[in-house]
Structures are given as C-alpha cells and as structure tokens.
Design a protein around this ligand. Structure first.
Ligand code: GLV
Length: 339
C-alpha cells in the first residue's frame, strides 16, 4: 500500500473538515492559532505534499526554496497577499483561495463595525460593564453618536464585497458613492444604487467610508494623513480589507485630535499587533480580523480549502479540478511532466 500524501493544516480547523481530509491524507493539524516565523513555516512546509495556511502565513520564494515535495498551498481567505503567487507558480505549487462564499458575511460585518463605531457601542458597553451606569449622572446629551441612516456611504474598492455593502444601504436610506479602478457595469451600478466619483470626491463626500480594497504595494497607505485630512471631522472610517491599506499611526492621530469622529477596524498593519495609539482610544471599535467569521461562512471557507487540496492531489469526485485555483496553469505543467 502506498503511503497517503501528507497535508499540514496550519490553523485549527472544524473537526469534520479535518475528518474529510483524513479520508485521503496523513493530516498534521495545528491545535493553536499563532503566527509563524519564516524559518518555522519553511520547516513545516518541507516534507508535506500540501498545506492549508492562514493569512499570517507568508509563503514566498525563500519559504519554498529547496522544497521538492510541496504541490498545493490552500489559503484560508479570499485575499492572498500573504502568498507570492508568482513564486509558487515558478516552484510548480498550486495556490488557491476562498472567493465568493464570504461576500455577504463580510458585508454584514462591515455594517456591524460602521454602526458600532458611529453609535459608540463598544465604548458604551465598556462603560456599562465597568459599573459606571448605576450611580452616574448620565445626561440626556451623553453618548451622542453619528447617524448612519440618511447619510452618504462611501466605498473604496467596488468588487463583490463592496457591492454587497452598497446593496444594504437602501434599507438605511443612504446615498452611495464609490471609487474603483473601473466603473461598474450600469445594471450593477443600478442594483447597488451607487455613483462613481474620484477618490478626492469620495473622501470629501463620505459620512461613512468603508475600505474594501485588495492589498497591493500600490494600495499601501491608500488612506494616510493626506487622505484623512480630506475627510469630514464627523466621518466614520471602516477597514475590513487589509492592514497596511490605512496608515494606523496617522489614523490614531486623526481620531485622537478630533479630525475624524470614529473608526471600526477589523484589520491592522502588522496584525496581530495593534498600534498602541489605537488601543488607547475610545472612539474606535477594534476586532481581530473576524469579518468572515460566521459559522456557515467559515465552514464553507474551510471546506473550499479542503476541496482544493483533495481535488488538486487527484482525489474525490472533482479529482484534477480544484474549485478555486489562483494559478491553474501549474496543473497543466504537472500534466505535461507526467505525459
Ligand atoms: C479575509 O481577510 C480574507 O481575505 O478572507
């Protein structure tokens, strides 16, 4: 009997998804979530046929150097700026991500952060839990936030998630403006009720600005001090895209100095570390990169990552046809080598 291929699962995963993998593979699954150093990651990837990795696992040419065995790296996320796809392709390793299934849950979460930041939900809860309500002289004009309904929603980056966020705005009677590399097709624009504007206009008009850009070198600090200076002091900023798209130090300064009303952040430059200037503020709602974390969506994402590994390594009903490859040409190269 030939040995089963080895699969390393870098993040704790749903037991039933691990059980599916175990049908085909010798699975080495991590029990705790933590960032790994490049050398530790390189070592873990040596000697396995496939890996399911998380967004803090940075797989690049150096990680892959000398690895003769690895064939698949499945990312637990739609964004894949942690993967150097060109380096994976050069190394003959198939990469995959988890697109589509998370769009609606992430859009829900963008609204959760927007509403929580605008209406000061986090700060109010902290105050209540600290026992400060009873016995306090709470005034009628305490805890005032910024309205969401009837205001202007700005969206920077209008892919599927941006569109899902925009569609929800009709229920809040909001005007929606967006900025994107390219204009949406007219029927989509209509379905979103959204109008394309320039980036300076977006910054100037938005009462609530949601960032949904992919992280690229060009998008690093797309919102920094100069952009924050163009926003309304009453505006709320929401980042559910990637850390590094916002200059967190500049954002902390703007929030501290009252040049921006509030922010809701799910992602951070250098996460899991969070800029101490943000941690010190009450007008920011912070969460640990969980926008896709609903029961159904995280399960779907885990299953898609598993499906990619199973199919790419030639098992299951979809053998040879992984559902969401990022560099499918790698499989042609495998086939050509076999022939
Ligand atoms: C989450 O950030 C993802 O890219 O899926």
């Amino acid at each position: 009997m030939t040995a089963k291929p080895k699969v390393w699962v870098a993040r704790p995963l749903f037991p039933d998804v691990l059980a599916r993998l175990t049908e085909y593979f010798d699975v080495q699954a991590e029990a705790v979530e933590r960032p790994r150093s490049p050398s530790e990651l390189k070592e873990r990837l040596a000697g396995v046929d496939a890996a399911i990795v998380g967004l803090t696992d940075k797989v690049d040419a150096a990680t892959l150097a000398g690895n003769q065995r690895l064939r698949v790296v499945a990312n637990l996320g739609v964004g894949f700026n942690n993967l150097d796809v060109d380096a994976l392709t050069r190394a003959g390793v198939l990469a995959s991500n988890t697109p589509e299934v998370l769009n609606e849950s992430v859009a829900d979460y963008a609204w959760a952060l927007m509403l929580a930041a605008a209406r000061r939900v986090g700060a109010a809860e902290r105050w209540l839990r600290a026992g400060q309500w009873a016995g306090s002289q709470m005034r009628f004009d305490d805890w005032l936030g910024v309205d969401v309904h009837g205001r202007t929603l700005g969206i920077l980056g209008m892919g599927r998630i941006g569109q899902a966020i925009a569609r929800r705005a009709a229920g809040f009677d909001m005007k929606v403006v967006y900025h994107n590399r390219s204009r949406l097709a007219e029927p989509l624009e209509r379905a979103c009720g959204a109008t394309l504007v320039s980036k300076p206009e977006l910054l100037r008009l938005a009462d609530h600005l949601v960032l949904v850009l992919p992280y690229t070198a060009a998008n690093r600090h797309a919102i920094g001090a100069p952009e924050l200076a163009q926003m309304k002091p009453s505006a709320v900023l929401v980042n559910i895209a990637r850390g590094g798209i916002v200059d967190d130090a500049a954002l902390a300064a703007a929030l501290r100095e009252g040049r921006l009303a509030a922010a809701g952040l799910d992602v951070f430059e250098g996460e899991p570390a969070v800029h101490p200037g943000l941690l010190a503020l009450d007008n920011v709602v912070l969460s640990p990169h969980i926008a896709s974390a609903s029961e159904d969506t995280r399960r779907d994402m885990a299953n898609i990552a598993a499906d990619n590994v199973i199919a790419a390594l030639g098992f299951g009903e979809a053998a040879g046809k992984p559902p969401t490859p990022l560099n499918p040409a790698v499989m042609d190269a495998w086939a050509a080598r076999k022939a």
